[in-house]
Write a protein that binds this ligand. Sequence first.
Ligand SMILES: Nc1ncnc2c1ncn2[C@@H]1O[C@H](COP(=O)(O)OP(=O)(O)OP(=O)(O)O)[C@@H](O)[C@H]1O
Length: 324
Amino acid sequence: MGDDLIHARGLAQTFHTKRGREKVDVQAVRGVDIDVEEGEIVGFLGPNGAGKTTTLRMLTTLLKPTAGTATVAGYDVATEPIKVRQSIGYVSQSGSTSGEARAGEEIMDHGMLYGISQKQAEQRGRELFEQLNLDGMWNRKPKTMSGGQRRRLDIAMGLTHDPKLVFLDEPTTGLDPQARANLWTHISDLRTHRGSTVFLTTHYLDEADALSDRILIIDDGEIVAADTADNLKSNVAGDLLELELKDNARTTTTAEKLGSIPGATDVEVDGVDVRGRLRNAGTAVPGLLRDLDRAGIELVSIEVRRPTLDDVFLNLTGRSLREA
Ligand SMILES: Nc1ncnc2c1ncn2[C@@H]1O[C@H](COP(=O)(O)OP(=O)(O)OP(=O)(O)O)[C@@H](O)[C@H]1O
């Protein structure tokens, strides 16, 4: 697709490394296809060691693919790495601020490194400070800032040269919940105010869910799903229904009634609880409740839970992302 800002086909990375004395090949990324359109926020989700950073390093030209092709911002990562680098912003896990220089100076140096004038760099930098809620921080040293402020400074730096596309590698790792939620707002605002296209890696389910227009799930070097969070959830999992009964003598009958609803799966009895998955609990539950009432089955509680991305991951891989 001509307008894709990222277009990768069969992108792969095999590391030749040693385990003790033995030589081993680690297939960190096993031929992935990635498409990202202008203006999208795409979350690249996967457990530790799944291949997120390696993929990001290939897309940002820091690591040469061992197989496959990719264009980023219209340029080939293998043959036009300099053009790729000029068109993107990259905020690594460790950040890029030194801690000693003043924040504003770092921003201006970074802009000038990308060939923009000092005046322009300062103008863009100050604008970004305002957008990222870093007012009054221009002359501060990064080492005196909070974790959240420093991450926002890293992001400001990645955006100083006004790239078409910005890569964020685990942007909120190490931040407390409040600073994380705050950064999410800033990342969404960047898209709203600047039209930035964002490709971010994360191993937080809630982060991918809250931020991304589309989610790519990578597991063991392979992309196992690529869709909106809503589609992923409704395709794979189905709502989870949990009924708590007053009398466990009636659990079998309840389970049968639940299981006879079209599309019901994974029905199980656990003590006084009966659980199952339903494609669309909202429309099926009223009928079920009437049916149970007619049969004289009394409920203590009823809970309907929308599927989470963890359910999606579990369905795709058989493992929970929380545990993985
Ligand atoms: N330079 C290297 N040499 C050998 N193996 C490597 C190298 N870099 C990464 N790997 C291996 O490749 C696999 C993918 O690693 P990668 O860092 O891309 O995963 P990740 O999804 O980013 O994980 P995390 O969330 O922990 O950052 C892992 O098994 C890792 O050990």
